[in-house]
Design a protein around this ligand. Structure first.
Ligand SMILES: *[C@@H]1O[C@H](CO)[C@@H](O)[C@H](O)[C@H]1NC(C)=O
Ligand SMILES: *[C@@H]1O[C@H](CO)[C@@H](O)[C@H](O)[C@H]1NC(C)=O
Ligand SMILES: *[C@@H]1O[C@H](CO)[C@@H](O)[C@H](O)[C@H]1NC(C)=O
Ligand SMILES: *[C@@H]1O[C@H](CO)[C@@H](O)[C@H](O)[C@H]1NC(C)=O
Length: 477
């Protein structure tokens, strides 16, 4: 039986072993050279993201690096923290990363200031499976050669400045489950070949300048859960094959396009749908009665379309955010399925033909509200009791109504940043508390007295009975 001394000896030997420089450089020299070349292509790293990348030390222990097979580098993950201004990298991606022969995943997220073209070193790495280069400043075209990366399981270059067309060769990426090209400057049509990507669970082409119709190719996507095409210039109708997504689709974003036609009846069969954004298009007609069956919908935005009455009575258990503003609705009241929601935090019903006394509106929950917009309705009374019941309100919009109350009795939640009460019958003085807001509009009311020191322009105060002082004319003493 070995003595305790033997173990002690073994322990000290192995510690010693770790300290000798030859054994410490455990990672492959090619990997170390490739990573150090990448580091030298970075000209600014104010948060020391690459601080641990030191020559002669084991590169498998550097931050952002993981090694699997034979101590070869397999993934490279660098994340900028969005809440820290200094958390970014400036520079370009060195082509020497092609030395990392076993690299199968690259995760560059929120590096913000890395620029240059699409990194072509990737084409020299046959094992590459996961590419996430998100929120940086890469630019130029997406090369046609991306189609050669047939092993890719995920491809994301979201939030860069890539321009030109989406290469038609993406049709060859048949293993991808996620294709994220959103937030670039891509133009042209959505390639029809995307229909070949049968494993997709997420397709995001939002926030580009894509034109043409949405291809009618959705029968092939049995697993699609998220479809984001918003903020483009897409036209035409919602294609019929979208109905094939009914069993699994949870998230559908088509807002800010030029889509026309009616909202299809089949959307009511999307039982897994929790988010639907069709805002800022030119949809006409009524919202299908089948929407009543969207019992799991949490976020519904149909604002800024040409939709007309009647709006269906929803059976949703609890809506979280709802925007029906600026259509042709005449709701009369705030619907009961909204008032009774225990989890609502955002309600926007501007220009929805609501004719109530706001004191009579008794929502089940007010605590979580961060936005309430009831502008351009025929709402009378005082919102003082309602706003006194909110704790996290960030914005309250009620311009163009018939509200009549003393502004000095309004409680300003510490979170409140935006208040628009223009074109009502608000009276009293402007309280000092408004100076903490980012946006204020109390124009065209019956306010009086000296305006406290604020940064707001005259147009935020004009049209009142007797307001005076900067930015309006001086008070008479
Ligand atoms: C971002 O990179 C550009 C060069 O590409 C540089 O001029 C600029 O100063 C960088 N921004 C910051 C915040 O370092
Ligand atoms: C809701 O779904 C049920 C069962 O699928 C169906 O019978 C009913 O007609 C649907 N309601 C509406 C308003 O479409
Ligand atoms: C505002 O809320 C407080 C505490 O809940 C309560 O005491 C007060 O009476 C309320 N004021 C108004 C105007 O509702
Ligand atoms: C305030 O509202 C009025 C009328 O609604 C509008 O004309 C004016 O531009 C607004 N001013 C500001 C600062 O929002």
């Amino acid at each position: 039986m070995p003595s305790p001394l033997f173990f002690l000896l073994l322990l000290s030997l192995s510690t010693l072993h770790c300290l000798t420089p030859t054994a410490a450089a455990k990672c492959h020299p090619d990997d170390e050279a490739g990573l150090l070349a990448f580091k030298s292509g970075i000209t600014a790293d104010p948060s020391a993201m690459l601080g641990s990348w030191k020559p002669g030390t084991d590169c498998c222990t550097w931050s952002g690096i993981s090694c699997r097979v034979n101590n070869r580098v397999t993934t490279l993950s660098l994340y900028g923290q969005l809440d820290k201004p200094s958390s970014f990298l400036t520079g370009t991606i060195s082509p020497s990363l092609s030395k990392l022969r076993y690299l199968d995943g690259i995760y560059f997220q929120n590096l913000r200031n890395v620029s240059g073209p699409f990194p072509s070193f990737i084409f020299l790495l046959p094992d590459m499976q996961y590419i996430y280069i998100e929120n940086s400043k890469l630019s130029g075209p997406l090369p046609e050669a991306v189609g050669k990366l047939t092993r890719l399981g995920a491809f994301s270059v979201e939030g860069n400045r890539f321009s030109g067309k989406i290469p038609s060769s993406v049709s060859q990426l048949t293993e991808v489950t996620q294709l994220k090209l959103g937030g670039n400057l891509l133009t042209g049509a959505i390639p029809d070949g995307i229909r070949q990507l049968k494993k997709l669970t997420l397709l995001a082409l939002d926030r580009n300048q894509l034109t043409g119709a949405i291809p009618d190719f959705f029968t092939s996507f049995a697993n699609l859960r998220v479809l984001m095409l918003s903020h483009n210039r897409l036209s035409g109708q919602i294609p019929a094959t979208v109905s094939a997504l009914a069993p699994n689709l949870g998230y559908l974003e088509l807002g800010h396009n030029s889509l026309t036609g009616q909202i299809p009846e089949f959307l009511g069969k999307f039982h897994a749908l929790d988010t639907l954004d069709l805002s800022w298009n030119r949809f006409t007609g009524v919202v299908p009665k089948s929407f009543a069956n969207l019992t799991k919908i949490f976020n519904l935005d149909l604002s800024h379309n040409l939709l007309t009455d009647p709006f269906p009575e929803m059976k949703v258990k609890g809506i979280e955010s709802l925007d029906l503003s600026y259509n042709g609705f005449h709701l009369g009241t705030i619907p009961e399925w909204v008032t009774s929601s225990p989890i609502i935090y955002s309600l926007k019903l501007a220009k929805c033909g609501i004719k109530i006394k706001i004191d009579d509106w008794k929502p089940a929950e007010t605590y979580f509200y961060d936005y309430i917009d009831l502008s351009e309705n025929e709402i009378s009374g005082s919102p003082v009791v309602l706003l006194n019941r909110t704790n996290y309100l960030v914005g309250f919009g009620a311009s163009g109504n018939q509200l009549r109350f003393n502004l000095e009795s309004l409680k300003f939640a510490s979170t409140l940043k935006e208040l628009d009460l223009s074109r009502n019958s608000v009276f009293g003085k402007v309280p000092k508390a408004v100076s903490g807001l980012n946006k204020l509009n109390v124009s065209h009311n019956h306010l009086c007295g000296r305006i406290p020191a604020t940064k707001f322009p005259a147009s935020a105060f004009v049209g009142n009975d007797c307001l005076c002082g900067s930015p309006l004319s001086p008070c008479k003493v």
